[in-house]
Write a protein that binds this ligand. Structure first.
Ligand code: PGA
Length: 258
């Protein structure tokens, strides 16, 4: 049985003080959610402060991006070692905002995924189609190509990867994929993972859904057999909403006997 994972992607929001306040609000309410992995991904500037707040709790720290090289002349970048130094356990890679606004191609996302694994940081690999691609019946083709390219030559450590299916048309739009639409792509992705690695590995990889997940739809989405949690943007900026989503994952997992 896969342990659900709920991660908050705070994007470019929150000063250090605001981040500490948000993390503190979440911390108070989450002491008992033991069968869910909960990850907070604040901006780089607040990683240290949020790490201090959540240290000793069930929550883990995640970053929103990293470079694939170990060190060097890459102005403005951070590497896996620097993130480990701050006790980051996760890193979001290939988010559609990075693909769209910073032109990140699958090839460099693949380098980052491999560097994260080598650096002992769990990559949360984001994939997903645009509205145009969905309406052109290209969802399967687009997601398959992204998964294959971003996981190329990933060997050891594959089972620990997290994949996030985030339909671009659902991110920050309030428009959520129906549980059936999401499940269909999650099942397709798991099949692909079995093909790329093997069935056992595919069965252990968590696949999160992301895209306007909120307290009102989280339970239904996460009750689908291949949806193992959520990558939450907007709703993660409010402690109460984020905690409600984690609780939905917790209750689902408890009822499935995790
Ligand atoms: P959203 O963002 O929950 O605001 O749609 C999700 C994400 O971008 O990870």
């Amino acid at each position: 049985m896969r342990k659900p994972i709920v991660a908050g992607n705070w994007k470019m929001n929150k000063s250090v003080g605001e981040a500490v306040e948000l993390a503190s609000g979440i911390k108070i309410d989450l002491a008992d959610c033991v069968n869910v992995d909960v990850v907070l991904c604040p901006p780089f500037t607040a990683l240290k402060a949020v790490g201090d707040v959540i240290s000793g709790t069930v929550m883990k720290l995640g970053a929103q991006n990293m470079h694939w090289e170990k060190e060097g002349a890459y102005t403005g970048e951070v590497c896996a070692g620097m993130l480990r130094d701050l006790y980051c356990r996760y890193v979001i890679l290939g988010h559609s905002e990075r693909r769209a606004y910073f032109h990140e191609p699958d090839e460099t996302i693949n380098l980052k995924v491999k560097a994260a694994i080598v650096g002992a940081i769990t990559p949360i690999l984001c994939v997903g189609e645009t509205l145009e691609e969905r309406e052109g019946n290209k969802t399967e083709q687009v997601v398959s190509a992204q998964v294959r390219a971003c996981l190329k030559d990933v060997g050891e450590g594959a089972a620990s990867i997290v994949v996030a299916y985030e339909p671009v048309w659902a991110i920050g739009t309030g428009r959520t994929a129906t549980p059936e639409q999401a499940q269909e792509v999650h099942a397709l992705s798991r099949g692909l993972l079995a093909d790329i690695f093997d069935k056992k590995t595919a069965d252990s990889i968590r696949i999160q859904y992301g895209g306007s997940m909120k307290p009102g739809n989280a339970k239904e989405l996460m009750s689908q057999p291949d949806i193992d949690g959520g990558l939450i943007g907007g709703a993660a900026l409010d402690a109460g909403s984020f905690v409600e989503i984690v609780r939905a994952a917790f209750h689902n997992a408890a009822s499935e006997g995790n």
